[in-house]
Design a binder for this molecule. Structure first.
Ligand code: ADP
Ligand code: MG
Length: 257
């Protein structure tokens, strides 16, 4: 077995991650250890640097420091290499192809692992892994509908399905449940639990009920830095966390302090 941590789990390790935009440190010396099988939540006020951390780890912005997953040095890899290494993400705005069917969206997303010569054969039947993803995200009965007509929550689940067919072992979900109904949030949390045991899942989220119901570990970011990390109970009792949220975003953190 190659290089797992002491618990024998896969993990993604980030040390002193720093991203500068014109001298402004949007991410400033962030350390994270993201373990397989846990639902990690990344929270913090708008502008804290959460999305920029994910951008840095997925090859979209240059960064300094260290970020490693298995044998991959993420900070020197190109974004397509990072996807092939098993690291996937969603974006704050949905990126499904609205005119294509649910099935076509999944098939295209799965194409990154398919050899070009196999493409014509793959079209004859729905590949097993696409079928499996459809079932997992609960959209099997929507397979032939254009993605554009799906409900908001279903579109987000389709995006998660697109990560599943890419065989993402690490999933960054950037505000995936924003705008969802209560029922959709719960369904999403249950979905993440189902698929999360063999993956490393990082959820950027504002809704504290959702965090409370589903987070195993919570990291609080503020002004580019990690302010606190632990269980929800641990960060709730952290005075620095209370100060940030009472001072800057009391409503977003309703009930936490
Ligand atoms: P969050 O996701 O926590 O709301 P972001 O990571 O989007 O925060 O942004 C962190 C900070 O970096 C913000 O001040 C934002 O304006 C700034 N920022 C993000 N992307 C860029 C960019 N491409 N160029 C300049 N500044 C940026
Ligand atoms: Mg963001």
């Amino acid at each position: 077995m190659s290089a797992p941590d002491v618990l024998g789990r896969d993990y993604l390790e980030v040390r002193n991650l720093t991203v500068e935009f014109d001298g402004f440190k949007a991410v400033d010396g962030v350390d994270l250890t993201l373990l397989q099988g846990r639902l990690h939540f990344l929270i913090g006020p708008n502008g804290a640097g959460k999305t920029t951390v994910v951008d840095a780890l997925t090859g979209l912005v240059p960064a300094t420091g260290m970020a490693r997953y298995r044998d991959h040095d993420l900070l020197t890899s190109k974004s397509h290499q990072i996807v092939r290494a098993g690291i996937g993400r969603t974006f704050q705005t949905a990126t499904v192809f609205e005119r294509l069917s649910v099935l076509q969206n999944l098939d295209i997303a799965g194409g990154i692992h398919r050899k070009a010569w196999r493409m014509p054969f793959a079209r004859r039947a729905t590949p097993d892994y696409v079928e499996h993803a459809l079932e997992t995200i609960g959209l099997a009965d929507q397979r032939d509908r254009p993605a554009g007509v799906l409900a908001h929550g279903q579109k987000q689940w389709l995006e998660i399905g697109m990560l599943l067919v890419q065989d993402a072992k690490v999933m960054f979900l950037d505000e995936t449940v924003a705008g969802m109904s209560h029922e959709e949030r719960d369904a999403t949390g249950e979905l993440l639990r189902r698929i999360g045991s063999e993956r490393t899942t990082v959820v950027i989220e504002h809704d504290m009920d959702f965090v409370r119901n589903f987070a195993d570990v919570v990291t609080v970011m503020h002004a580019g830095k990690v302010l606190a990390e632990g269980t929800l109970a641990e960060i709730q009792s952290d005075e620095r966390v209370q100060d940030v949220y009472l001072g800057r975003a009391a409503t977003a953190m309703e009930g936490i302090a």
